[in-house]
Design a protein around this ligand. Structure first.
Ligand SMILES: [Zn+2]
Length: 263
């Protein structure tokens, strides 16, 4: 009876499609027994794009394609983390015990990225990622040297919504990727000498992502290693639609967009 129930449960979890910004399957942990855990599996990152521009985003399809390719390329290829202290992993049982142990992590996920255009808030699930295309952003920021800058895009870190001025995105699609990587937890860079980096934000963005940045995004994506033992995983809710509403209405951000499209 137990076995039968167990089988049914597995079947149900296999047929119920997972959804959200992060959907992972075929998750496996390889333990080399000397303190290195290698994490593998297939991870689909989905970013929903909402056009809130007054005049329309005519190049949206090709911009989404380029962004999709770049997000995929930047996340792929593996990353090594610094040492972490976590629960001890038992490879025999594929569980984490309640003892603690120091590990190094090798992220070796096979990433796919997908950008999907949506037309209304009803197409946003609570655990989706979103990039809104707007007409303008009034927000000015001050860099570490005290100089003021206009913003081509804005984002809330760690799962929050991102927005980009469509005209700026058209000029350089990497601005959209930059904003989305804030969603995946990366901070801005301002030091001189970092002009070639994707997270540099003083007037332009480069395209380079380092191993540490890649590891930080992997850490955000697979935050609780215990989720690895379930075989498949989708991220918990960020309350995305509500967060987007608050973000767009926040006067200090100064978003200009077609409010009639925000429904
Ligand atoms: Zn930024």
């Amino acid at each position: 009876m137990f076995l039968e129930n167990f089988e049914r449960e597995i079947l149900a979890s296999q047929t119920k499609p997972l959804s959200g910004g992060i959907v992972a399957s075929n998750l496996k942990i390889n333990d080399n027994r000397t303190g290195l855990l290698t994490l593998t599996g297939d991870i689909l990152i989905t970013l929903k794009v909402l056009d809130l521009t007054t005049l329309g985003a005519f190049r949206i399809q090709s911009l989404m394609k380029s962004s999709e390719q770049t997000i995929m390329n930047k996340l792929r290829g593996g990353a090594d983390s610094d040492q972490i202290i976590f629960y001890e992993y038992s490879s025999v049982k594929n569980t984490f015990t309640n003892k603690q142990r120091t590990y190094s992590l090798k992220y070796n996920f096979n990433y796919t990225a997908k950008l999907i255009q949506i037309n209304s808030l009803s197409q946003l699930a609570g655990n989706d990622f979103v990039l809104a295309l707007v007409d303008g952003i009034g927000h000015r920021f001050t860099d570490m040297y005290g100089r003021k800058y206009v913003s081509g895009g804005l984002a809330k870190k760690n799962g929050g919504p991102a927005a980009v001025i469509y005209k700026e995105w058209e000029k350089n699609y990497l601005i959209g990727v930059h904003e989305f990587f804030h969603t995946l937890g990366l901070p801005d860079l301002e030091e001189s000498g970092m002009e070639n980096r994707l997270m540099y934000h003083l007037g332009r963005v480069g395209s380079n992502i380092t191993n540490n940045e890649k590891a930080a995004m992997n850490k955000f994506i697979m935050y609780d290693l215990r989720d690895m033992t379930k075989g498949s995983y989708s991220n918990p809710g960020y309350n995305t639609a509500n967060q987007l509403r608050t973000f767009l209405n926040d006067k200090s951000n100064g978003f200009i967009y077609n409010k009639a499209k925000f429904r």
